[in-house]
Design a protein around this ligand. Sequence first.
Ligand code: GLN
Length: 535
Amino acid sequence: MKYIVVTGGVMSGLGKGITMASIGRILKNRGYKLVPIKIDPYINIDAGTMNPYQHGEVYVLADGAEVDLNLGHYERFTDVELGREHNITTGAVYSAVIDRERRGDYLGQTVQIIPHVTNEIKARIRGVAAKSGADVCLVEVGGTVGDIESMPFLEAVRQMKLEERENDFLFVHVTLVPSTTMHEQKTKPTQHSVKALRELGLQPDIIVCRSKEALKEDVKAKIAMFCNVKKEAVISAADAEDLYAVPLMLEREGIWTYISEKLQLDQPKVDRAWEKMVERRRSCRDKKFFIAIVGKYAELEDSYLSIKEAIKHAATELGYNADTKWIEAEDLEEEKEVCSFFDDVQGILIPGGFGVRGAEGKIKAIEYARENKIPFLGLCFGFQLAVVEVARNVAKLEDANSAELSETLHPVIDLLEEQKEVVEKGGTMRLGDYEVFVRGDTLAKKVYGKKKIVERHRHRYEVNPAFIDQIEREGVVFSGTDRSGTRMEILEISQDKHPFFLATQFHPEFRSRPNRPSPPFKAFLEACIKHPPEK
Ligand code: GLN
């Protein structure tokens, strides 16, 4: 097994995740099998309960793990399906060590960070690597060098480097090279962060420098000298207009040449599909249109990162550049006429969400899309609110609502008995991959082209089976269910009544990939392109 470990210096948010995902893509393009691991030094066991305000979206994996959004980047860039074990947090590591201590497994030893915690970390990394059957294991150590939280992880990878073979282990350090107002690129922050690393016994093999503009040659030389690396190992990673172009940029900078020499990987044939995709994105940059996303954390785009990416994937394939317009749901609540919010968009998307704030604004947006025949896609909470909207305004159950939002005589969205039990037992949500069965002769069937699909889920509430008959009228149908037919998974309005109105209880955005867009996103965008709003 080969290991590439990525650390970060100077500050967070430099794009360490993108750097690692890009290295993954470079390897993947050459046919290597890889496995990415993300280390999150926080004490939370997983990201499930974390506020997206602080950390961007909660990304959901096939096995139902709720993880940091960087794992979304890994899946999108490397197209490897990840699971719970690919995310290692301090919380998970300590809780395993403490459990073992309680069971008496340490036979009365004093349990310490070194070796017990570091051993647990190493065992987890190696376990995941071995199980995956990959050629290369990529490990991102979250946080910034110097953080107290990351210390045990850095110590663990230091030990690993010593234990593994010389040509099997490589450290990549991502830092920042800021520029002065006089465009002078400053290397001091990089020098300091590498110094901090070396004090911990870690010498980076490659330094990836994030900067506004490409690094100047003399700056590279200076970093090489002060940080004890070869000049070829100083890689310039200037701000990129297109995230998906980053692997190509790093390659041009020679990162592959350096990695392949160091890890003794040969250079097999390169698959150019990714490059072509990036080229297509560049060529349709000017064919731009907008999709409205009506959300609650609209001020923080990261909360809907996967949706934004899924829109990009679908648009690229269709030869367009779809951008997103963020609309704060609460702003719609105060307005009588909401049309002014949507006059420059070609479709309306309501993403997942929780709680009452902004919900009525989202329902207003759905009503507007339905009545004005604007292409609409509702996801999870957006699906549930679409059910509420049609229940109120088509089926005339005027006080219809979701039980999550208020008490009502018509809780068209409610907890199923089954789910009540889950909640009582301390479980929370229906998470991860579940099969969905699509009804024949529906829009959903056209969209997916098959009857059995698998998509990722993250929800507590469901369509209340008591109201299905009342809701299904005037072209409104539930066109996808679970195997038993009791859980409603897809809602649509037939295409003789609306150009595109589709909502899903699941989150298709998590399975969208740059070269394999999610079917509902693609169909939604196709409809947006075909039915531009009348001006
Ligand atoms: N709040 C809703 C539920 O719990 C929807 C969740 C979501 O959109 N992810 O079912």
